[in-house]
Design a protein. Structure first.
Lengths: 290, 133
């Protein structure tokens, strides 16, 4: 404007831009400003409201300098693409426990273990060798076979075998005999020799270290005690209605028949049994210590 | 040393075991016994015990003679000494006969083991031990 004029005197024409004075923003109360009428704004001027998604530009990661993304905002690929799980160092495993299902060890991966590490559970039988079991156990002697019983007087046959079995310090013998020829008519103690293994030596010769039963068809009484003394491989018999000490000879039996007298069996006693006959059998079994 | 047999020596005996079948025998050092002699015996009669056990044959009854006694010499009676007791007797074993009886053969190693173990001194000790029983 070249000179001041009184607005009342303007009757035609229009105002030029220069004729419009600076206006306070409060004077703009209606209408819309064209986009090109809005100046660039500092971000400090944006203090409320929300931008539509389309108004948010792509951001360089350099702009993310603080805070934490929620898990849901991170894709699996984003996490793993820069991690090489096949080349993990054991140094990276510093806490927690690897589930056993994730472990697959070959025999060479298992280090030598001190036995002190085995503190519970039980080994299966198949995992323990026989020698491991027996290495610290005293060996148990076992033997079995036949033996040859023989009378001290007269004779008999072995009808159904004479067998023995030994387990440790115990021996069991059996035999089935039949008298075949009579012995002498004296009262010498009669016995059967030939035990397969010498009885234990207790240091006392009169110790009985084994006994059993002799069952024979001879006279009125059929069964007697068969017994073995320490350190002597003979079987002695005692029979009748009187039982003396095993080494007592005070009543030497002087009857032909074993079953008709008492005390330790003598040559005389066995004569009845040793007279041959199909009914002259003797079943004998003795168990003794070695 | 024997290979067919296993030999175990004891104080007064030797155990011999044939390895192939386990047949075994414990041989004592010496045959030792006490000769008790004998006396004249009377008749042994059938008793009710024999009867109960069915031991009396047909034609016999309780009280009949089961076993005839000795024929008594003049001046002797039942219970008199018939054969005087000789007391302790001893006799060496014939090891050839013993080994043959038991094992059916005489194994030289076994025989050597037995005879070398059963010395005169050992046998004497065994006889002493037997007499002490």
């Amino acid at each position: 404007m070249t000179k001041a004029r009184d607005l009342a005197n303007i009757i035609s024409g229009g105002l030029t831009a220069d004729d419009i004075p600076a206006l306070p923003a409060s004077k703009i109360t209606s209408g819309s400003l064209g986009a090109d009428r809005i100046p660039d704004l500092p971000t400090s001027k944006i203090t409320s409201g929300a931008f539509a998604d389309a108004r948010i530009p792509d951001l360089a990661t350099s702009k993310i300098t603080s805070g934490t993304f929620a898990d849901a905002r991170l894709s699996s690929g984003s996490v793993t693409q820069h991690v090489d799980l096949t080349a993990l160092s054991a140094d990276n495993l510093t806490s927690g426990t690897v589930p056993s299902a994730r472990l697959s060890l070959s025999a060479s991966d298992v280090p030598a273990l001190a036995t002190s590490k085995i503190t519970s559970g039980t080994f299966a039988d198949a995992r323990i060798s026989s020698s491991s079991v027996t290495a610290h156990v005293s060996a148990v002697t076992q033997a079995s076979g036949s033996w040859t019983p023989a009378p001290s007087n007269g004779s008999f046959g072995i009808d159904n075998g004479a067998r023995y079995a030994r387990v440790g310090n115990l021996v069991s013998v059996t035999c089935w005999l039949t008298g075949s020829s009579q012995g002498d008519t004296n009262t010498n103690i009669w016995y059967i020799s030939g035990l397969p293994i010498t009885p234990v030596n207790t240091g006392t010769a009169s110790d009985v270290v084994g006994m059993g039963t002799a069952y024979a068809s001879t006279g009125a009484k059929h069964s007697g005690v068969a017994y073995v003394f320490s350190n002597t491989s003979y079987i002695y018999l005692m029979h009748g209605s009187k039982i003396y000490s095993a080494d007592d000879n005070s009543e030497p039996a002087n009857q032909n028949n074993w079953g008709d007298s008492n005390g330790r069996t003598t040559n005389w006693n066995m004569r009845g049994w040793m007279s041959s006959g199909s009914d002259k059998g003797m079943a004998l079994e003795v168990t003794y210590f070695v | 040393m024997a290979t067919k047999y296993e030999i175990t020596k004891h104080e007064f005996s030797v155990d011999v075991r044939r390895i192939s079948d386990g047949h075994s025998c414990a041989f004592m050092a010496k045959k030792v016994w006490k000769d008790m002699g004998s006396t004249y015996q009377g008749d042994v009669l059938y008793t009710t015990q024999h009867q109960n056990d069915g031991l009396i044959p047909d034609g016999k009854k309780v009280g009949d003679v089961f076993i005839p006694g000795d024929t008594l010499p003049e001046g002797k009676k039942v219970g008199d000494v018939k054969v005087a007791a000789k007391g302790w007797q001893e006799e060496d074993f014939d090891w050839d006969a013993e080994l043959t009886r038991v094992f059916g053969e005489v194994d030289a190693d076994v025989k050597t083991a037995i005879t070398s173990h059963f010395t005169d001194d050992l046998k004497a000790k065994y006889v002493t031990a037997e007499k002490a029983k």
